[in-house]
Structures are given as C-alpha cells and as structure tokens.
Design a protein around this ligand. Sequence first.
Ligand code: GLU
Ligand code: ZN
Length: 298
Amino acid sequence: MTAFSNPSYIGRFAPTPSGHLHFGSLVAALASYLDARSVGGRWLVRMEDLDPPREMPGAQAAILDALERYGFEWDGELVRQSERHDAYSQVLDRLFSQGLAYACTCSRKQLEGYNGIYPGLCRNAGHSMENAAIRLRVPELEYSVEDRVQGSFRQHLGREAGDFVIRRRDGLYAYQLAVVLDDAWQGVTDIVRGADLLDSTPRQLYLQELLGLSTPCYLHVPLIVQPDGHKLGKSYRSPPLTPEQASPLLLRALRALGQTPDVSLSDASPREILNWGIAHWNAGLIPRTLTLAEAQLR
Ligand code: GLU
Ligand code: ZN
C-alpha cells in the first residue's frame, strides 16, 4: 500500500456483455482496480446486462474468466443489472408521478435532424407510460465535473444533452438511470472508466442531484482507439483478451496509463504485475487526453 490509505474507497468495473473484453476494456479495468487497491479500497464488478437483444451469448462468462486469468480479484458478489429491475422501476415511477419525467411517443423518423438532442415535442403532451419511452426533463443549466485526469468538463444540459431517455419504449431501462442507481446502492465512491463516458457524466450528476444521492469522484482514462479514431470493440475486430497474452497486455496497459513498469517484469505472472501496479500506482501520470491510438502504444 502507498503512503495514502483510504479504506472507505469503493471502486468498480462495469462491463457490458455485448462482446468480449478487449484491450480498451483492460485499460479501464486496470485503472479502476489499481486506483482502488493502491489505497486499500474495495473493488466491485457489476455486469451491465440491461439489453438482452444486444448481449453476446457467453460474453458474461468470458468476461469474468478473462478478469480472473488476468489476475483481478473482486470483492463481494457480482451484481447483475438484470436482477435490479424492481429498483429501477420504483425510481422511474416516482420520477414520472412527480412530473420530473414524461412519456414520449415520438418515432425515430420524427426525431431525425435534431442531432440526438430531443426537441421536447412530448414534454407537455401528458401521454401515459404504456408503450412509450420515458424521458427525464433536464433543466436549462450547465453541470460540470472536475475529473481527476481530464480536468474540468462542463455541459449545458438543455442545449447539449436534451431530455434523455431513462426507459426505452420496448421497456428496457437506460444505462444513465441504472448506472446512477447502482453506483449509489453499491456505495461507489470513485468511478474510473473510459473517456467515452465523460459526456454522460453531467446527465448522471443531474440524476444524482434529483434523487438526493451523493456524487462520486470521477476519473476518465483515455479511450484506446483504432487508427481511424474508432473505439476498439467487436465491430472493429479487436481481438478478445487471450490468457496467453495476459502478462504482455497488462504491461502494455500499464504503459498506456503512463506507468513505467520495470523491465524485470517481462517474465512476471499477471498477479505479480498487478502487485507491482498497486505498489507503484500514480494516477497523476495518466495521459490527459480523451483518446490514445492503439498502434502508437509500446
Ligand atoms: N457498461 C459501460 C460500458 O461497458 C460502463 C459504464 C460505466 O463505467 O459507467 O461501457
Ligand atoms: Zn416525443
């Protein structure tokens, strides 16, 4: 453990089982793990299985298996969002009955040309919840987050986000709602994740405020991208994390995070590399950029 100890720290890794873990997920998992363990904190894993149609069969088991083979140990029971629907539904009903959220029956076609910012067509329509998407009414205010790596990030919710969906028309709960409720319910104090989620953070801060939940600390690590700027993922055929590659990929992920693992670690086991990472973790060395090109990493 480093000089600073914070046993009340609770971090988490929250993969979506739409595909295998890839190098970008490894970077995010490693950063959240080391940030938690270096202060003697807890580290949780939560399966964000909100969207069964987009789930890849076998992905949940493959993700957990990859985490174990890469040496990660999590605290407590795995939480699955598919088992949390009652909690989401209670909050959704409350937001709806308080008029903070409303039902939207707009078709995709009707919303073309608005750049994803909902123009408020159903705001005062008084539709019932059935067969409709539920949107959260956002205030005409700027929300800002002091990110530990990315610095200050601000967003005007009305102009840059718009009233956003918290339950889809097909009945599936939205990521924004579930993530806020679960992080609070699990007592998460520190959220370390990929920078693609930085622009979701102001919406999450607003939900926390509405629901009287405390706001965690945020650290967004650079997103690992392809040469064409695309996020790594199954659509860009980024290879799954294989067990044979565990040590070299962990070392590469450490370097992507600005850490400088000893050359002597080149023959080390995943667990030894993680222990080195815990002992030497310095979040101040993480590159302060939103993306890193995978091809340029050593
Ligand atoms: N489930 C999200 C993802 O895989 C991460 C959510 C989060 O860390 O807030 O992209
Ligand atoms: Zn609408």
